[in-house]
Design a protein. Sequence first.
Length: 256
Amino acid sequence: MWKRALQRILPALVIIGAWELAAMYLFDPRFVGRPSAILKYFLAEIQKPRIWIDTQVTFAEILIGYVIGVVTGGAAGFYLGFRPALARIVEPYLLVLSAIPKLAIAPIIIIALGIGIESKVFIVVSMVFFLMFYAVFTAVKQIEPDFIHQARIMNASRIEVIRYVVAPAISPSLFDGMKTSIVFAMVGALLGEFIAAKSGLGLYIINAQGAFNVNGVWTGVIMICVLIAVLTALIGLVERRMLRWLPDHGSGPVGL
């Protein structure tokens, strides 16, 4: 356990140590920051209410948008996965919508919904929805039809087919999509906050940039990384509990 933890932490320590030395002898710390100064500033900032207010706002935007995007995207992917005729009609439209650059339409969304939390939630939903749709849609299409036919021959009801055949088949892809969507949810929330916001970590970083406060910028980045780590860990915990029947899940290939 300790060996594995050390293996994970050691690369970060090496990078931080090299960064500290480079800031001392190669680069101007006023432009790139210095880990020791960033840590000192970070510890001072977390004792103030402002950064926690901004963190709560960003967390709320991510959580609400993420849940809506996962539920709606997953449900749409599940529904169309079992209706190939309808999917052939709808999928091209979804593909075009998913290809629209969110950076291009984010200002329009903010103008329409305002600079409050609603516009950020909508942007997050627009990013998470398509990831979850294609994750579930592809997983459903890859289910072996014979498994469903055999379950029906054994007089399994529709609920039993979903529970014992479909759900186990799509669960790994579902959780992979959920974990990937967390990062995109964060990007969506920050994108909206960078354009216009009343509060949030994106606004916190923008204000630090405007004041040429590199330590403040890195403090905002650290809080963002903490949020992503916490949310990813929570999804991983749920995944391990739900996929206990899949002993090799997450272990990866043995090697070549």
